[in-house]
Ligand binder design. Structure first.
Ligand code: ADP
Ligand code: MG
Length: 385
């Protein structure tokens, strides 16, 4: 059975009739631009070939139900009025419906939603945005709403900020909804303008791997808040609206710790633009050293790495990778690796061996390939598939 038939069959069994449509939204990985988003700078994510699928059907009453193959247990059932009080995993889906209704989604009826996905949860590939964006596209299209994709992305972010309670930016939702197949999205986090940048990885015989260290430190949330505050303090001291506006020659005006934090952001902004230039001139292999430089800056200046991440970067570079860096907020989580396709297997082995030698948890290595943004699946009720 295909993944589409699978989610349709689950819907039919659980709800008792066919869904009105099936929608899919991808996870993402950020090639470069780490901790630049909260400084109003640039990021360069691409959507990946792992998706969250949602089979959706309208109801006659005001009840909303949601089930997920990734969260065994009973369906979560609520009403339109109670959507903003959703908790747990269902808050990502129900919060998105709430935010879209707040943005003017037509209709006063409830929904049945059945979720099934292959974006691993909490592995740095943004399963949360994949879920939000699949729900947003489903209810918007099935309601005949004329929302553009930026509006859908904002609804997903609002769900995460206001209902789940996670202070995330809009990168993940923008990537899931706006990326084109084979291209990264150069997103200006100040204006939310996006531009496609072709990756050309396949053509160059390159692949990206995401290594989940399965290490996460308790201080991650506090550390993230501390780094954000340091960036605001540095921008204030320099008299600029955000560190995106700081230039290298200004850094000497800051002292010790703030200078290092700001230097990461200023040099990372420059790396994003260099990577875009390299991709636009068909030199994807030369992106590798920029990734490794990003890691060094995150480790030494921004101080958000941990030994398990440094060990991954070291091990992959010793076994043929072109570059690697930690991705996400830091203090654990995943690393992104750019490598010749032919070296992918031996890199995976090297990373697992090194973790065993160092006494770290066994990492999970996944190949990820660029994919297009969220879409309606080719499935219609009553048609044969
Ligand atoms: P990431 O987005 O990096 O995968 P997050 O912590 O932001 O990690 O989001 C993961 C959470 O999102 C999960 O713990 C779960 O609550 C929710 N989630 C994501 N995808 C699904 C899904 N397919 N089914 C149920 N819950 C999901
Ligand atoms: Mg997330």
């Amino acid at each position: 059975m295909s993944v589409i038939e699978d989610v349709v069959a689950t819907f039919r069994d659980a709800v008792g009739h066919e869904p009105d449509g099936v929608f899919a939204a991808p996870g993402r990985v950020n090639l470069i631009g780490e901790h630049t988003d909260h400084n109003e700078g640039h990021v360069l994510p691409f959507a990946i070939d792992r998706h969250c699928r949602v089979a959706a059907g309208r109801r006659a009453d005001d009840v909303v139900t949601v089930r997920s193959a990734q969260e065994p247990g009973d369906a979560v059932s609520t009403t339109l009025e109670a959507l903003p009080r959703a908790r747990g995993w269902s808050a990502y889906a129900l919060g998105t419906l709430w935010a879209l209704r707040d943005a003017g989604l037509p209709g006063r009826h409830g929904w049945d939603l059945v979720v099934a996905g292959d974006v691993p949860l909490g592995a740095g590939l943004s399963s949360s945005a994949a879920l939000e964006c699949a729900v947003a596209l489903a209810v918007a299209e099935l309601s005949g709403a004329a929302f553009d994709r930026a509006t859908l992305a904002r609804a997903g972010r609002r769900a995460e900020n206001d209902v789940v309670g996670a202070p995330v930016g809009i990168m993940d939702q923008a990537a899931s909804l706006l990326c084109r197949d084979g291209a990264a999205l150069l997103l200006d986090c100040r204006t939310l303008q996006g531009e496609d940048v072709a990756l050309g990885l396949d053509e160059a015989g390159l692949v990206t791997l995401v290594v989940d260290t399965r290490v996460r430190h308790d201080l991650a949330d506090g550390g993230y808040a501390d780094r954000r505050a340091a960036c605001v303090a540095a921008a204030d001291a320099l008299g600029v609206p955000a560190l995106r506006d700081a230039t290298p020659d200004m850094l000497g005006r800051l002292d010790g710790r703030l200078r290092r934090r700001a230097r990461h952001v200023v040099t990372e902004q420059a790396r994003v633009h260099r990577v875009v230039e390299l991709l636009r001139t068909q030199r994807p292999a030369d992106v590798g050293p920029e990734l490794t430089a990003s890691h060094a800056s995150l480790r030494d200046d921004f101080a958000v790495s941990v030994p398990a991440l440094d060990a991954v970067v070291e091990a992959v570079l010793e076994h043929g990778a072109l570059g690697a860096r930690l991705v996400g907020g830091g203090f654990g989580g995943s690393a992104l690796v750019l490598a010749p396709t032919t070296t992918a297997d031996s890199i995976g082995e090297a990373v697992r061996r090194r973790a065993a030698d160092d006494g770290h948890p066994e990492p999970v290595v996944r190949e990820v390939h660029p994919a297009g943004g969220a879409r309606r699946e080719p499935w219609a009720p009553g048609a044969r598939h």
